[in-house]
Design a protein. Structure first.
Lengths: 512, 143
């Protein structure tokens, strides 16, 4: 019951006017970002991080704002899936399959509210899962020494491509590139400059926020410039929203679906290398196999809307478990949230729960609050969001670019960082064209230094013996999982990927 | 073909990275591993994955036409100018030009672009500077 009293403390922290207001703002912005095609949870959170800092928000308020954006984006993605048949972000891809047919049958309002409720169920129970699972994981993590941590980092990188990765060489390349970028700057242990080429600006190392905003937000602007999406402006949803509340019978019909999908999604979120996209995919396919007796899936079956939405929101909650308990994120957006924590000088991991309980429990309480806000916001106000969908990219994208510049300039006030950010934007564009995933690059720049420190600490403790890395059963297990996780997609990747992409647009290399 | 070039480029990058790592000056006070080992491991991973990419290329992506590439290059130039000129001419003016340019190139007509540029610039100025108190670049005119 210790957990529940900690949670009560968390609510005491989260329930201040400022935090409630931030959560409301975050939910609202998040829903918009999720709904707008081209802005997903990762780049949504990425753009807002620098702003949260320059505004001088403390650790807990910043986290509340940004995780509300994260949850909000997970809700928002479904809106454009249902109304336009364009997924607002990758996890919402599966929602297109039954959501759009429902909208065509004149049940858009019901599809929207049902998916809102499914999202709520998924996220709500996943947050409970987070509360009970994370402390257990912390107990295991306390057994980790530097060698185990090094293996854990390796595991995170090797499985990040996910089961749906088609080219593991490119994932490995991206991870190595990110780690290499993290090496720039003065070596923390011996004080010698590395890879700085005499440039004083580089002695501090590259600011990972600059890299994140450049890679995620600016590269998106270049993609739009390349395709000039202006022509797509005409696709207004001339669909009637219709009745906004699902009938009780529909809720009753979908309840078991939501329950199953929540469990599956949560597990997919916790496991390394899966994330929300896979969570919604697994939930949908499982449900289809289980209950689709009359072949109604794909033709506007409400269960086909409830399953992926409950699944992807549950996965979003589940993905927070390894990020908070181990400090090792399993998906793109949680990698960005890790950047938030690191910039606030909070090191996630087992010690977070004992040293900064206010941050952890305040955050978890905020997740509950955000969830209720999102439910309240997403059902009656869905009309407002559908109208915001009409903002054409030619107006939206310059705003995204300018806000990115403002945020980065606000942190350092230096033009040099802006130039580096533009460089990352171009690099992000080229790499996305080449289908190289961007998330391992981000994770590499974030974790590079602590990965190296753990390696050096482990070997120094054992007097320079490199075999100490595979000396304990725990680290051997981690290495084994890492190797299996890396090799599995080589055999399965293409199959899973092609089934996930049977319909719906490619969202590029930014996954959830 | 794209992947082959990319792989060769990656391999060169890895070799360059390895040389730069070997050139790191060792401090007389060093731990058992030293500052070179981990970068060398990274260079090895980078090089190996590049070789695999070059030997087993994916289908080439659809590269934009030359005109579209020029479009992106022009946008990059505008952004660089923006970054350099921001401290000189101030936030509002610089942002007005940059946002108007991007909107124009994304398909608005000229008048609408100017309006969008002005709206974006003033909107950000009001929300982030006046309301939220963020410090933006100050030009000679004070804004």
């Amino acid at each position: 019951m210790e957990t529940l009293s900690s949670l009560a403390d968390g609510f005491a922290i989260a329930l201040t006017w400022q935090n409630l207001l931030l959560a409301l703002l975050g939910c609202f912005l998040g829903t918009i970002m999720g709904a707008l095609p081209g802005l997903g949870p990762s780049n949504g959170v990425a753009i807002l991080i620098p702003l949260a800092f320059t505004l001088g928000l403390g650790a807990t308020p910043s986290l509340i704002l940004l995780t509300s954006v994260y949850y909000g984006a997970m809700y928002g993605g479904r809106i454009s899936s249902i109304l336009l048949n364009i997924p607002g972000d990758e996890p919402a891809m599966m929602t297109c399959l039954d959501g759009y047919p429902m909208a065509k049958n004149g049940m858009a309002g019901q599809a929207l509210s049902l998916s809102g409720i499914a999202s709520f169920v998924g996220a709500f129970f996943a947050t409970w899962g987070l509360i009970f699972l994370a402390p257990q994981l912390v107990k295991i993590a306390l057994l980790f020494g530097p060698a185990e941590y090094f293996a854990l980092f390796a595991l995170a990188f090797m499985t990040l491509g996910g089961v749906s990765s088609t080219n593991q060489a490119k994932s490995a390349f991206a991870a190595a590139l990110g780690l290499g970028l993290a090496m720039i700057g003065v070596d923390t242990q011996t004080g010698v400059p590395r890879f700085t080429f005499g440039e004083v600006h580089l002695y501090d190392g590259l600011d990972f926020l600059v890299a994140i905003v450049g890679l995620f937000a600016l590269s998106e602007v270049f993609i739009f410039l390349e395709n000039r999406h202006g022509e797509a402006d005409g696709t207004k949803p001339n669909l009637k929203i219709g009745r906004l509340t699902p009938p009780l019978s529909m809720l009753k019909q979908t309840t078991p679906t939501m329950a199953r999908s929540t469990v599956l999604g949560f597990i997919a979120g916790v496991l390394p290398g899966a994330g929300a996209s896979l969570g919604s995919f697994i939930s949908y396919s499982f449900e289809k196999r289980l209950v689709d007796k009359d072949k109604t899936f794909g033709k506007g079956d409400p269960r086909g809307v409830a399953a992926p939405e409950a699944g992807n929101n549950a996965a979003a909650g589940g993905a927070l478990v390894p990020m908070l308990a181990l400090g090792v994120p399993g998906s793109g957006t949680t990698a960005v949230l890790l950047a938030v924590l690191l910039s606030l000088n909070i090191t996630p991991g087992p010690l977070l729960f004992s040293q900064n309980p206010d941050v952890v429990w305040g955050l978890i309480a905020a997740l509950f609050i955000a969830n209720f806000m999102l439910l309240a916001m997403n059902i009656p106000m869905v009309g407002l969001f559908t109208r915001l969908l009409m903002v054409p990219p030619r107006i939206l994208m310059p705003i995204v670019a300018m806000v990115s510049f403002v945020g980065i300039y606000g942190i350092s006030g230096s033009s040099f960082d802006l130039l580096v950010m533009i460089g990352f934007g171009v690099m992000g564009w080229v790499l996305r064209k080449l289908d190289v995933p961007l998330v391992p690059i981000i994770l590499g720049t974030l974790l590079g230094n602590s990965m190296e420190n753990n390696l050096r600490r482990a070997i120094t403790i054992d007097n320079g013996n490199w075999f100490t890395l595979i000396d304990s059963p725990l680290s051997i297990t981690l290495w084994a999982i890492a190797i299996i996780g890396f090799l599995l997609p080589v055999f399965l990747g293409r199959k899973v990927k092609s089934r996930m992409h049977e319909r719906g647009d490619e969202e590029g290399s930014i996954t959830d | 073909m794209s992947d082959r070039i990319f792989g060769i480029f990656g391999l060169l990058l890895a070799i360059g990275f390895a040389f730069a790592a070997l050139a790191i000056e060792e401090s007389f006070l060093s731990d058992a591993v030293g500052p070179k080992a981990f970068p060398l491991i990274i260079a090895a991973v980078l090089g190996l994955s590049s070789i695999v990419i070059a030997l087993r290329p994916d289908a080439a992506p659809e590269w934009p036409t030359l005109a579209r590439l020029a479009e992106i290059a022009a946008a990059v130039v505008v952004m660089i100018l923006y970054a350099e000129l921001l401290p000189e001419i101030g936030f509002v003016i610089a942002t007005f030009f940059a946002a108007a340019y991007l909107t124009w190139r994304l398909g608005s007509d000229l008048l609408a672009s100017l309006a969008t540029g002005l709206g974006t610039s003033l909107g950000i100025y009001v929300i982030f500077h006046l309301v939220l108190g963020l410090s933006l670049a100050r030009g000679p005119l004070g804004f």
